[in-house]
Design a protein around this ligand. Sequence first.
Ligand code: RIB
Ligand code: CA
Length: 312
Amino acid sequence: MTALPVILDCDPGIDDAVSLLVALASPEKFNILGITTVAGNVDLDTCTRNACQVRELAGRMDVPVYAGCPRPMVIEPVFADHIHGDSGLGRAQLPEPSHMTEDQHAVDFIIETLLAADDNSITLVPTGPLTNIAVAITRSPEILPKIKQLIIMGGARSEGGNITPSAEFNIAADPHAAHVVYRCGRPILAMGLDATMQFRASPARMDVLRGIDSETGRAVMAMLEHVNDVYVDFYGEEGAAIHDPCTIGYLLAPELFTTRPCAIAVEMSSPLTLGHTAVNLRVPDPDTSIEWVTQTDASALFDLIVERLKRL
Ligand code: RIB
Ligand code: CA
């Protein structure tokens, strides 16, 4: 079976880093055409440096990294360093990257790569604000037929929100970009908080991860121990949600997830609910093709992620 051509668009970020590691550990499954970075959890330069460090940690210097948009399309930037730490990777101390990004802008890379591809051939996996994807689609709508599927970590329905009571971070950080992408008409797998809050770094799972005796294992522990401490302080809960790896988990094992067709509308003006995703499971939108993930088999997903991390 040929490896799936993918572009991983991210804002590392602790959970982005874990997601990247799982994807980079799966060359038989993913032909990673590039990693593109976007401002989100932390500023663009820090996200980009983190992506380059994670790529090197995985031993995958064959995968190019491209820096993208440094700010949202319209609103002022919001960050999540209160969750991910100033470095964006919690307490992980990774070596300086031996190589940084390509010169090309991430949006130009996305457009150029898709224009050169066959129809329905490229899977986009955005796990940060959707700025890069929205700008690419707006600048060159002719790339749309080339997109096989978008696996988007973002949004919330029954889970409410995390950056505000009514909005999830990736969507709230650039609601106008999210509106453009959700309305693009290409097949979307919407991996929102309803799915990802089911996947926690519980004490029992941390014990398993602690047993991965490698640089990768130690880095993942340093990241997750940080975010687990934040969860206790911030939410009074043990076991942080590990959002972004759910996207790669879906591509590796879609049977671990339950989905329903839906329509998604994004709040773009109310100061109180900016970035809210109104997910309508009763009346899917005929103009879009969006599946909303309602259930995650967290224990099977965790076993899969551990197996992949052990490869590095
Ligand atoms: O709301 C969770 C999402 O926002 C994750 O992708 C996390 O990395 C942040 O980007
Ligand atoms: Ca992210």
